[in-house]
Design a protein around this ligand. Structure first.
Ligand code: ZN
Length: 295
C-alpha cells in the first residue's frame, strides 16, 4: 500500500511538473491569449518532454476547444534551438495575428474557417530556459529520421512532436529559427538531388511569402547548408506536409511583423492537403564541411 502511494505521488509530480523561467513567460502569454479570446484560442499540451514538462501549444480555430480532423491542419513550431530567442517571439506574434484575423470578417472570406492552426512556440524548453542551442546536450533539429538517416528520435520533446504529427492530418508547417533571413524548403540534407518533385510549387510559395519580408528563398541545402535529421525535412518526407523553414533575419519588430505576413501568405496559398510526391529521388552523399554551421 505504501509503495503504491509513493508511485502515485511520483506520477502526479511528473504529470504536473510546472513550467519555469522564460518558458513560463511564454506559457503565461499563451494563457492570456486564451483568456482574452476563449472562442478562438485554447492552450493544450502536445505531450511532455523528458523532464516531465508539458509542451504547450495554442490551438486557433473557430472552435478551439477540441481538435477537428475535418479541418485543414496547419502547424507552427518554434524554438528547436534554445538560443534563437526570437523564434518564440515570432511564433507568439503570428498566433496573435491569427487570432485577430479569426475575429474579423476575414475569416468568412477565406478558408480560415475550415482551418485549424496549432502554434507551439517552444519545443526545446530546457535549452530556452538556459539560452542554449541544445537540449540535454543534443541538437534537437538533428534528432529526426529522414531519407538518409533511419535513426529514431532520442529526445523526449522530439518523440512527443513526432507522435503529435500522427494525431491528425497536417497540410503545412512552418518552423522558426534565426538569424540568416531565409525562407527554405526541402531538401536540406546532403544528396545528389537537392530539389524535390514539388520544387516548382515550393518555389512559387516561397517567392510569394518572401515578397512580404524580402528574404532569400530556395532549398535548405542551397540557401543555408545541408544537415541530417531536421524537422523540416522529416515532416515532408514522412507525411508529405508542405514544409517551410523560416530563418529570421534579426528578430527586430519589423522583421517579426513582416515575417508573420510571410508565414500567413504561405498558409493561405499552400495546398489544403499534404503532397503525395514527397519521395526522395537522389542518392545520399557525405555530409559537407558546411554542415558544421549552426543557425
Ligand atoms: Zn536554429
Amino acid at each position: 500500500m505504501k509503495k503504491l502511494f509513493a508511485l502515485a505521488v511520483v506520477l502526479t509530480a511528473q504529470g504536473l511538473r510546472a513550467e519555469t523561467g522564460a518558458y513560463k513567460t511564454i506559457v503565461d502569454q499563451m494563457r492570456q491569449i486564451e483568456t482574452a479570446h476563449p472562442k478562438t484560442a485554447a492552450v493544450f499540451s502536445i505531450g511532455n518532454n523528458q523532464d516531465g514538462v508539458p509542451l504547450y501549444a495554442l490551438r486557433i480555430s473557430t472552435d478551439p476547444s477540441k481538435m477537428d480532423a475535418n479541418k485543414i491542419g496547419q502547424l507552427v513550431v518554434g524554438t528547436h534551438h534554445g538560443n534563437e530567442r526570437h523564434a518564440a517571439v515570432s511564433a507568439m506574434h503570428f498566433a496573435q495575428r491569427l487570432v485577430t484575423k479569426y475575429e474579423s470578417n476575414v475569416v468568412w472570406q477565406s478558408r480560415l474557417a475550415d482551418t485549424e492552426f496549432t502554434v507551439l512556440p517552444v519545443l526545446n524548453v530546457s535549452g530556452y530556459n538556459s539560452n542554449r542551442r541544445e537540449e540535454a546536450g543534443r541538437d534537437p533539429n538533428r534528432n529526426y529520421a529522414g531519407p538518409c538517416n533511419s535513426s529514431q528520435p532520442t529526445l523526449g520533446s522530439i518523440k512527443a512532436l513526432v507522435q503529435f504529427l500522427t494525431t491528425r492530418l497536417f497540410a503545412a508547417t512552418v518552423t522558426i529559427h534565426g538569424y540568416i533571413g531565409v525562407l527554405a524548403y526541402p531538401w536540406g540534407f546532403a544528396t545528389t538531388h537537392v530539389e524535390t518533385r514539388d520544387q516548382a510549387t515550393f518555389d512559387a510559395l516561397a517567392k510569394e511569402a518572401a515578397s512580404h519580408n524580402g528574404y532569400r528563398y530556395g532549398t535548405s541545402t542551397d540557401t543555408i547548408y545541408p544537415a541530417t535529421g531536421t524537422y523540416e525535412d522529416y515532416v515532408y518526407w514522412k507525411h508529405g506536409i508542405w514544409s517551410l523553414l523560416v530563418e529570421l533575419y534579426n528578430g527586430s519588430t519589423n522583421d517579426i511583423a513582416d515575417t508573420s505576413d510571410a508565414m500567413y501568405s504561405f498558409f493561405e496559398n499552400v495546398d489544403s492537403s499534404p503532397s503525395v510526391n514527397n519521395q526522395h529521388d537522389g542518392q545520399c552523399t557525405r555530409r559537407l564541411l558546411a554542415d558544421l554551421r549552426m543557425d
